[in-house]
Design a protein. Structure first.
Lengths: 193, 130
């Protein structure tokens, strides 16, 4: 589905959702749940908190449908913005260092890898999660959105309400920080299947 | 400029390390929870009375205090207006003739009135003559 088709389709789904069509709402949820959940989990570290954010984010479409303006942003960008707002509120309330322990090894192992590779990958994933948790939240956010969610620098800048140069600097510092913390894993071979 | 030290992972190696941190998907319970939220929201929107009883009004505290004070002041004025005003000079009540009944309407008179005689009812069946 091309981008305009997708946005037209989503606009129709939104109208149906506002008219009380549950199946349209579920379709929207299924389209965006994984990316919202992954973003929240990588930022907050807790699966339970990530689900709460994903829920509240999609519920905002029901409670404040007028909040989304398709002329200003895509639905995906809007939902990421809401998720970001909700996460920052949580991050300010408490440092989520403790909850980050829960997220280690939460991912589903790739079935195409052998048992040893899965084990190595899980252990490496835990190390990466710990190294990510040690970054500052703005650096972590920039890295997660750029590396894992595939957003452009301009999109991240618009979300974070900063200029592109600031996002580049955050990404650069985040990568350097990770390199230092993961130096002992430089030789670990994680072969692509 | 590459600031990387020799023992630190290269860009390619760092990318591979990042890929090892997978996040998975949310649980099935989340979908059920969102469906419940949807139903609750739709029910609230549809119900006329639900909207009425669910409505809230936000009033800033200074405005609320002003309204309460205005209500109290107007209530105090209303009570003061109803209280009997004491008069300085008291007069002896003058004796008035006792009235036992109200005004009588004398325009309607029963002179010449005759009651209607007792009517006699005769029922005729079809085909009968009076």
């Amino acid at each position: 589905v091309s981008a305009p088709d997708r946005s037209d389709d989503e606009a129709a789904l939104l109208i149906r959702t506002r008219d009380g069509d549950e199946s349209a709402f579920v379709s929207l949820y299924r389209r965006h749940r994984d990316s919202l959940y992954r973003f929240s989990l990588r930022m907050l570290g807790s699966p339970a908190e990530a689900e709460d954010v994903t829920h509240d984010c999609l519920a905002s479409l029901l409670q404040r449908p007028e909040g989304f303006d398709s002329a200003k942003a895509s639905l995906r960008a809007y939902l990421f913005g809401v998720a970001r707002h909700l996460m920052w509120k949580r991050l300010r309330r408490s440092s989520s260092q403790e909850s980050l322990e829960d997220s280690r090894g939460d991912g589903v192992p790739d079935s195409r890898l052998g048992p040893l590779a899965i084990l190595v990958r899980q252990e490496t994933g835990e190390e990466v999660a710990a190294a990510m948790a040690a970054l500052t939240p703005p650096q972590r956010e920039a890295l997660v959105l750029f590396e894992y969610e595939g957003l452009s620098l301009a999109e991240i800048a618009a979300l974070a309400e900063v200029d592109v140069g600031t996002v580049s600097a955050r990404l650069h510092r985040a990568r350097n920080g990770l390199r230092k913390r993961l130096a002992h894993l430089a030789d670990v071979g994680i072969r692509r299947p | 400029m590459d600031e990387r030290k020799p023992d630190e992972p290269s860009e390619e190696s760092l990318k591979r390390l990042l890929e090892s941190w997978t996040a998975g998907s949310p649980s099935e319970a989340l979908e059920a929870r969102l469906r419940q939220t949807f139903e609750a929201q739709t029910r609230q929107k549809r119900g006329r009375w639900g909207r009425w009883f669910g409505a809230t009004v936000q009033v800033p505290v200074p405005v609320l205090v002003g309204l309460v004070v205005a209500c109290l002041v107007s209530a105090a004025f209303a009570v003061a207006g109803r209280a009997p005003v004491p008069t300085a000079v008291t007069q002896e009540p003058s004796p008035s003739p006792p009235t036992t009944r109200g005004p009588v309407d004398r325009s309607a008179s029963l002179v010449g009135f005759e009651p209607v005689p007792e009517p006699k009812v005769i029922v005729f069946r079809p085909g009968e003559r009076p």
